[in-house]
Design a protein around this ligand. Structure first.
Ligand code: FPP
Length: 244
């Protein structure tokens, strides 16, 4: 699914929210404080995004590889997710935001699973924006899981199956703009299929410092880019000579 609204801005923005740990440790604080400040950045991003024309926002909150972190950090993150899913529910409903989880659910604590299901049900009719929280997510696993469900001969069919692979109804939408905060320049197993033609933006700000001005700048940066999708693009079209 290719975006047709590039002139207006990115329809689907995906964010790798990196830098919480460094934000905290450079201040001599425990890493979890950085994650807590990260939640505030999530709140302001979700609030500002619809006003910038963003219709789908996918946030990488916890990768399948993040289970390898120390148990205390993992538990603290799971607790933050659970609290967020409960405390934001009504706010999201009022804002017309639909929330869903992408990723494996079977390894999550029961309380997080339940909070996610409740938030998904409560926000199901939200039409202003779709927030997809990627928790216990691995793009490679999603692709393997979709492929394991039988041979699919078309890209569209496979894309639909990929959406379904992690519990989403319908297609996994193509990413228009993928932002990674925290200065690293890698994709870390995030939305690999859906980002085939995504514009990539790596910004130095640590996630807790990422504000509305940064998101606005990112959207403006996107608008200035020429997306060609393998074609030669409008700039290379031959001039039409008008004869009377
Ligand atoms: C990466 O930073 C961040 C994470 C692994 C966790 C992301 C979590 C949040 C933004 C907060 C909770 C989110 C929700 C949706 C409630 P890092 O810890 O790898 O930072 P570092 O690279 O500086 O160590």
């Amino acid at each position: 699914m290719q975006s047709t609204s590039d002139l207006l801005g990115p329809t689907h923005v995906a964010i790798i929210m990196d830098g919480n740990g460094r934000w905290a440790t450079t201040r001599g604080l425990p890493r979890i404080i950085g994650h807590r400040r990260g939640v505030e950045a999530v709140r302001r991003t979700v609030k500002a995004a619809p006003g910038l024309g963003i219709r789908v926002l996918t946030l990488f909150a916890f990768s399948a590889d993040n289970w390898k972190r120390p148990g205390a950090e993992v538990s603290a993150l799971m607790q933050l997710f659970g609290v967020f899913l409960v405390s934001e529910r009504e706010r999201l409903v009022r804002a017309g935001v639909r929330l869903s989880l992408i990723g494996r659910r079977d390894r999550l604590p029961g309380s997080v699973r339940a909070a996610a299901t409740a938030a998904e049900h409560a926000t199901a009719s939200g039409v202003d924006m779709h927030v997809r929280l990627a928790i216990d997510y691995s793009a490679r696993d999603a692709i393997v899981s979709a492929a394991a469900h039988g041979v699919e001969a078309t890209r569209a069919g496979f894309t639909r199956r990929l959406g379904a692979a992690y519990g989403e109804a319908g297609e996994a939408p193509d990413v228009d703009l993928l932002i990674r905060t925290g200065g690293e320049r890698r994709l870390s197993d995030f939305l690999l299929w859906e980002s085939a033609y995504a514009e990539l933006l790596f910004v130095p700000q640590l996630w807790p410092d990422f504000g509305i001005a940064d998101l606005t700048r990112a959207v403006h940066d996107f608008r200035r880019r020429e997306r060609r999708f393998g074609t030669l693009g409008p700039a290379s079209r031959p001039l039409r000579v008008v004869t009377r």
